[in-house]
Design a protein around this ligand. Structure first.
Ligand code: SAM
Ligand code: SF4
Length: 348
């Protein structure tokens, strides 16, 4: 039986502290950490083809990332998702997974997971499982090799499929994330869902969000999921279910396949009222909302001393400022992105 509140087995975690609760009464229990801004793909909705990445010294070291995550765990974070960029291209990232795994063992953390493009999974699936990871999200928008290459610019579908095989063989539960793109994978979405459900994988569909310049016009890419859902409902019986994973997806069960299908709709449905999460970048910048620019620097207090006092004070101050919601809009051609930072900075 796991404790409702963290136990503090690390000397560095110090004395038990109060959970992080914002001014709207929402407890922050879910942390997403971008461990690198780099990636081996250049998905058209996420990055421009030529990106300038952060100089390596700017990045938190793996030890610093561990300390930062542990400080959140000490304040009641129960779910930790490592993301990026592509988390599995960060050198020695498995060291971080291994060390964070101790919080699973102590019961302080309920879930340690990652979001990945799958390109390196064949190499790391078994290690991830050994670190205590149980479920992972793999992003895959198409099963057509040419379309996959066009969408990711650099990706190889075969490697991702081999990665998914390896993950399932290692006993990891895989969920697919697919961004719905007008005129691109639009007509393939039912096949992708049928394929995933046939392999025992849930699917979440995501609306394209206006983050960062990518060289593509968002309004052309944007496909409201209300439209996708209406199309799917012509073919299948979609039954609303209360299933939640701690994320923003609303789920249905597809009666004909028996699988679950999630809809993540930041633009057509505001999901902020139940928001329990915050995001940290690989430089230690804390974003209290994916859709707002307000941020807090955690790297300076982290590096200021070996004690976590300054860091914890910075957390309190930042969570106090967590806003009520985002203001994404995609309504006019040529409109600049709502936020200048790319999804790969905050990690989706
Ligand atoms: N590289 C990993 C991956 O692709 O799974 C993790 C990072 S990626 C930024 C996390 C998720 O964000 C992916 O599922 C990706 O499809 C999604 N994403 C990236 N840019 C997006 C955008 N502009 N709108 C909506 N989803 C986006
Ligand atoms: Fe890389 Fe993921 Fe962004 Fe694609 S969505 S470019 S895989 S970070």
């Amino acid at each position: 039986m796991r404790n409702a509140y963290p136990t503090f087995d690390d000397a560095q975690l110090g004395a038990p502290r109060l959970p992080l609760v914002d001014t709207f009464g929402r407890a922050v229990t879910y942390l997403r950490v971008s461990v690198t801004d780099r990636c081996d793909f250049r998905c058209v909705y996420c990055m421009a083809e030529h990106m300038t990445f952060l100089p390596k010294p700017e990045l938190l070291t793996l030890e610093e990332l561990d300390r930062l995550c542990s400080a959140f765990v000490a304040r009641g974070v129960r779910k930790l998702r490592l993301t990026g960029g592509e988390p599995l291209v960060r050198r020695d990232v498995m060291t971080l997974f291994r060390s964070l795994g101790r919080h699973l063992e102590s019961g302080a953390l309920e879930e340690l997971t990652l979001t990945t493009n799958g390109s390196q999974l064949a190499r790391f699936a078994a290690d991830l499982k050994a670190c205590g990871v149980e479920r992972i999200n793999v992003s895959l928008d198409t099963l057509d090799p040419d379309r996959f290459r066009a969408l990711t610019r650099w990706g190889d579908l075969g490697k991702v499929l081999a990665g998914i095989d390896a993950a399932q063989n290692a006993g990891l539960k895989v969920k697919l994330n697919a961004v719905a793109l007008r005129g691109d994978n639009e007509h393939e979405i039912p096949d992708l869902i049928a394929w995933a459900h046939g392999r025992g994988m849930d699917v979440s569909l995501i609306e394209v969000m206006p983050l960062g310049e990518t060289g593509a016009e968002r309004l052309d890419q944007y496909l409201p999921l209300s439209e996708v859902r209406a199309g799917l409902a012509q073919r299948w019986t979609l039954e609303d279910i209360p299933y939640r994973t701690g994320g923003p997806a609303r789920y249905v069960r597809v009666a004909e396949t028996g699988g679950r299908l999630g809809f993540i709709t930041p633009l057509t449905h505001n999901f902020c009222e139940g928001c329990n999460r915050v995001r940290v970048t690989c430089t230690g910048t804390l974003y209290m909302c994916l859709g707002q620019d307000d941020a807090a620097d955690l790297r300076a207090p982290l590096r200021a001393s070996e004690s976590d006092e300054a860091l914890q004070a910075a957390l309190d101050e930042a969570i106090f400022r967590k806003p009520k919601g985002h203001d994404f809009v995609i309504d006019r051609p040529g409109r600049p992105p709502a936020l200048r930072r790319h999804m790969s900075v905050t990690g989706g």
